[in-house]
Design a protein around this ligand. Structure first.
Ligand code: NAP
Length: 254
């Protein structure tokens, strides 16, 4: 599936977790991938090295999201990389808005500062990243935003986080209509609990509890989600736009 040879992609937050698996998968499909990170340059370089070791092409770009000037810093790095590795053509075919932060506190303890940070990283940054990316995205491009099953599955520890994911889902609905005439698709992928290297995944009892939420009785692997993103990035998904793709392993089935 998905020959992305000659295509370019930016995956935000691809120094680890779902983003890393997505960057690796898109590179395996042939895309030149911008591996974006916030703070962990070493991890991002490791992703680039792994992609290159597997015969793919990638470069890393650092930019803290959710702060003033974030999108300018991000695209300065993306465009420099595309210029350097993309034979002088600065063009972005695929954008995956993956970087995100969780809250992890009950509603009573959610401060205005935490609320603002969650919205700045998870909702505001993706909006302005899309706005900026469209300047260099050709017709037929792809935008994929990573939401969460928590827009459909209650977790009171993550109300503010879930609100940000509700916001990001609006991007697919409205941008799909706006960008349809250019053949650009905009879709949402909603992961469920996915092993991302967090220490909780080292506790067997916790993993068993989380696994029980899925119809398959296991937690998701980053590759489970990356494969869904790769489908949406491919030509095979040209007729899918404005969609919400449930990548929760059946968690939302109840
Ligand atoms: P993760 O392992 O926590 O990694 C987050 C990534 O985002 C890292 O590459 C990190 O970069 C980057 N990032 C975070 N805050 C940033 C900031 N302020 N500026 C720039 N980069 C930032 O993530 P994940 O668990 O794979 O989740 C990926 C996406 O899926 C997120 O949108 C998340 O909400 C969503 N999701 C995850 C799960 C799950 O169970 N894992 C479930 C549902 C939805 P650095 O480390 O370099 O700073």
């Amino acid at each position: 599936m998905g020959d992305l040879t000659g295509k370019t992609a930016l995956v935000t937050g691809s120094s680890r977790g779902i983003g890393r698996a997505t960057a690796e998968r898109l590179a395996r499909d042939g895309a030149l991938v911008a591996v974006h990170y916030g703070s962990d340059a070493v991890a991002a370089e490791d992703v680039v090295t792994c992609i290159e070791g597997a015969g793919g092409r990638a470069f890393s770009v650092g930019a803290t999201l959710g702060v003033p000037g974030d999108v300018d810093v991000l695209f300065a790095g993306v465009e420099a990389g595309l210029d350097k590795y993309g034979a002088g053509e600065v063009s972005l075919d695929i954008l995956v808005n993956n970087a995100g932060v969780m809250g992890g506190v009950p509603p009573e303890e959610t401060t205005p500062e935490l609320f603002d940070e969650l919205f700045a990283v998870n909702a505001k940054a993706p909006f302005f990243i899309i706005q900026r990316a469209l300047r260099i995205m050709p017709d037929g491009g792809r935008v994929i935003n990573i939401s969460s099953g928590l827009t459909r599955f209650a977790n009171p520890q993550e109300i503010a986080y879930a609100m940000t994911k509700g916001a990001i889902e609006m991007l697919a609905l409205h941008y799909a209509k706006y960008l349809g005439p250019r053949g650009i698709t905009v879709n949402t992928v909603a992961p469920g609990i996915t092993r991302n290297g967090h220490p909780v995944f080292d506790i067997p009892e916790a993993v068993a509890q989380m696994a029980a939420l899925s119809a398959f009785n296991r937690v998701g692997e980053p590759g489970d989600v990356a494969d869904v993103v790769a489908f949406l990035a491919s030509d095979e998904a040209r007729w899918v736009t404005g969609a919400f793709l449930d990548a929760t392993g059946g968690t939302l089935a109840g």
